[in-house]
Write a protein that binds this ligand. Structure first.
Ligand code: ADP
Length: 454
């Protein structure tokens, strides 16, 4: 199954979109702050430096003769407070005189200039009055600048403007706010984008772990950017090939084992014709042994082919049931561990494993003790007996098919040497392992580790 992804969904494009989105969000936050930040973003005129300086400059310029006023104005202007003087006959003066009739900020004027009789026009950022075009053109940032025009007694106009005062906060604090917005937006956008990017990787890792536990798990869902989808597709193809390969091999081995039965039957029939009774008895024994091995192999392959569903079950319950079954036969198998332990796996397959280990202990040693330990990442089950153990050089080989430590001893017990092979196959199918070791005090310890898979 395939999730429809937006076109060109690659890691690179996601990276670009993340950066673009982070920048856009940062800019939007700065913009929202300047619009809704109130006095923090836009300091009112009466709180700026303008009124105090304007009062002084109006007095000085007014006292000076008109011909020196341009020089004085040029000398008094600073970067933070621009200053212009317009003669009473200039077009700007006419426009300002017209606007002064519309300006109704009398209380503000009184506060700013301390003189209500004086004619003044105040242009505030986003105020109702717009500065006349020649003034606005003079100002590089007229959109957010403050203008105050004061008429002198001879009818000329003095225009003050604070071009860069867009915020009520000093420059350093303004930078801090911008940096905070940028950091917050980048961190938030990146965290969301990374979570979305990492989710398919996590799901893929979990699917790979599931495949390790159960080779029959269904194909992994393709999701995420193009690169991840390519990897998932490659994995699904490999998984399907492995499943096909294993199924084919199991089928082939089962067929060979099955077909061996016919020539064996013929050998037995021909054996009836042998006159030497001793030789005949030996031949029949070999034929019986082969028959048992073939039956064991067929049972093993049949068990392998059975696709038992994985489900959550009580492993402690399974172990206690096995112990109780032996108790019914008068064989005392001890159990140490919790009363309940949930595990997700194949209950019948694992019951076969522990039955085989306990059965081996009963057959080749003494009735064992089972110990179950539950850890966060895995469950371990130890089966300990007090028998002869297994020679050190055979500890690994006992897992090989048809391997038996003491053939003459085993013949009496009837085993074909496939029990541990099957047990190891089932435990490996759960992503776990079985280790055997001889205990220092004597006897064998079989330790089964079963990882918990999410
Ligand atoms: P079998 O069908 O012979 O029981 P297994 O694969 O279960 O095959 O065991 C392989 C061999 O390992 C056994 O034949 C036996 O010789 C040896 N073995 C297994 N368990 C024990 C044990 N608890 N103590 C001693 N020997 C054991």
């Amino acid at each position: 199954m395939k999730i429809v992804a937006w076109p060109h969904d690659s890691i690179a494009s996601r990276f670009v979109w993340t950066v673009v989105l982070a920048v856009v969000v940062a800019l939007a936050l700065v913009r929202l702050f300047s619009v809704f930040g109130g006095v923090w973003a836009n300091e009112p005129l009466d709180r700026s430096l303008l009124p105090a300086r304007a009062r002084d400059l109006v007095r000085v310029i007014e006292a000076a003769p008109p011909q020196v006023r341009p020089t004085l104005v040029a000398a008094a202007a600073t970067e933070g407070l621009m200053l212009d003087w317009y003669d009473a006959t200039s077009p700007v003066a006419t426009m300002l005189w017209r606007d002064s009739g519309l300006d109704n900020k009398e209380s503000l004027r009184r506060r700013l200039l301390g003189d209500l009789r004086r004619t003044a026009v105040i242009f505030e950022p986003r105020g109702a009055l717009r500065p006349p075009p020649p003034l606005a053109l003079d100002q590089p940032r007229q959109g957010s600048a403050y203008f105050m025009s004061v008429q002198l007694r001879d009818g000329s106009w003095l225009v003050f403007s604070v071009p860069n005062r867009t915020w009520g906060l000093p420059q350093s604090q303004r930078w801090t706010v911008w940096l905070t917005f940028a950091t917050l937006s980048i961190a938030t956008v990146c965290a969301i984008a990374t979570r979305r990017l990492v989710r398919p990787i996590r799901e893929f890792a979990a699917a790979v772990r599931r495949f390790g536990v159960n080779p029959q798990t269904p194909a992994v869902l393709e999701s995420g950017p193009q690169e991840f989808r390519d990897v998932t597709r490659a994995f699904n193809t490999m998984q399907a090939q492995i499943q096909k390969f294993v199924a084919h091999r199991t089928m082939m081995l089962a067929a060979i084992s099955h077909d061996l039965r016919t020539p064996l039957t013929r050998i037995r029939l021909r054996g009836e014709l042998i006159d030497d009774e001793m030789q005949q008895a030996k031949l029949f024994k070999d034929v019986d042994e082969m028959q048992t091995m073939i039956d064991g192999a067929l049972a093993f392959f049949r068990g392998d082919a059975d696709e038992e569903a994985t489900t959550t079950f009580d492993l402690a319950g399974v172990l206690q049931t096995i112990a109780n079954d032996y108790a019914d036969q008068g064989i005392e198998v001890g159990y140490v561990g919790p009363a309940h332990a949930d595990y997700c796996g194949q209950p019948f397959g694992l019951k076969r494993v522990f039955t085989n280990l306990i059965d081996n202990a009963v057959k080749y040693a003494t009735p064992p003790e089972i110990q179950l330990c539950c850890r966060e990442k895995a469950l371990t089950v130890a089966v300990r007996d007090q028998g002869p153990g297994i020679p050190a050089d055979a500890l690994d080989r006992v897992f090989a098919p048809f391997f038996r430590v003491d053939r003459s001893r085993n013949r009496a017990t009837g085993g074909v040497g496939l029990g541990l092979t099957a047990a190891q196959a089932i435990v490996s199918g759960h992503g776990g392992n079985i280790t055997l070791c001889n205990r220092p005090a004597g006897g064998l310890e079989a330790l089964v580790t079963l990882p918990r898979v999410a």
